[in-house]
Ligand binder design. Structure first.
Ligand SMILES: C[S@@+](CC[C@H](N)C(=O)[O-])C[C@H]1O[C@@H](n2cnc3c(N)ncnc32)[C@H](O)[C@@H]1O
Length: 258
């Protein structure tokens, strides 16, 4: 598939941003996802007990923290990232853990270098909202998934008007940091429709965790670790007591079944 020059430019900029980030963060290899946190992610993604004997493709592995958790439970893991530095850190991490069932590639999600119908499960954390061509990325995932296979993506969501106002008008001013890359954006309703129409099976959108106060904490008070449980506790309380508000979470999960 030929990519447009705009898409190429976005991919180049993403690669450069994350290569730079991985080079700058010197302690990145020491930061582990401990088994408890790893299991929390496996549970959130609805993969508990579902990885045994399966081949998994992890999209945009970043520093590879989830990769090792997946590799400890699945038959085999293939991970890729558009950033060569991220792939390098992930390889170092799996070597350090002596994991033999993982391979890591440098690739873009819009042009996956894998065979048709070759994987059981596709997983991606915080990748779809970075894609230069979302529709093409989803089509590629469907191409490589085996019939009956499942893809699970955990993403940032643009469904909360207050957080979107915050993001679009307040960050970057008055000392509030603008985080992330210049081209990424939390998934919009139109993006969710694009995903559903590119999906050749069923699409489910869900909100396993409510995130609002946690997002504000992360942007404003990250250095004051003491108050983190308070903000996260507020999010948990909203999730539990007010199911109606879940759709306004800053995070969304998308499950596609082939
Ligand atoms: C927010 S980070 C998430 C990394 C990791 N999944 C995590 O949760 O820590 C986004 C990742 O997507 C990668 N990326 C951006 N565009 C991509 C593309 N078109 N194909 C593959 N990877 C891409 C970046 O290099 C980066 O590692």
């Amino acid at each position: 598939m030929k990519q447009s020059s705009d898409a190429r430019e976005i991919q180049r900029s993403e690669r450069e941003h994350f290569d730079h980030k991985m080079t700058r963060e010197i302690n990145v290899l020491e930061e582990e996802m401990d088994s408890k946190k790893g299991q929390v992610w496996i549970d959130i993604l609805g993969l508990q007990g579902g990885l045994r004997g399966k081949s998994v493709l992890e999209c945009a592995c970043g520093a590879g923290k989830l990769t090792t958790v997946l590799a400890e439970q699945a038959k085999s893991v293939r991970s890729f990232d558009i950033s060569p530095q991220s792939a390098k850190i992930t390889r170092q991490r799996i070597e350090k853990k002596h994991l033999k069932n993982v391979k890591v590639d440098v690739a873009s999600m819009e042009e996956l270098p894998y065979k048709d119908e070759s994987v059981d499960i596709v997983v991606g954390l915080f990748i779809l909202h970075h894609l230069a061509d979302l529709e093409q990325g989803i089509r590629q995932v469907f191409r490589v998934l085996k019939p009956g296979g499942r893809a699970v993506f955990y993403e940032t969501s643009g469904g909360n008007p207050i957080l979107m106002f915050w993001r679009n008008h307040l960050t970057g001013h008055w000392g509030i940091p603008k985080l992330g890359t210049k081209d990424e954006h939390p998934l919009t309703r139109a993006d969710l429709e694009t995903i559903a129409s590119a999906c050749r099976g069923t699409t489910k959108v869900s909100y396993p965790r409510f995130r609002f106060f946690g997002k504000l904490y992360f942007q404003l008070l990250r250095s004051v670790k003491m108050v983190r449980p308070l903000f996260e506790g507020l999010d948990t309380a909203v999730h539990t007591c007010f199911p109606f508000f879940r759709k306004y979470s800053y995070q969304v999960m998308i499950t596609l079944t082939k």
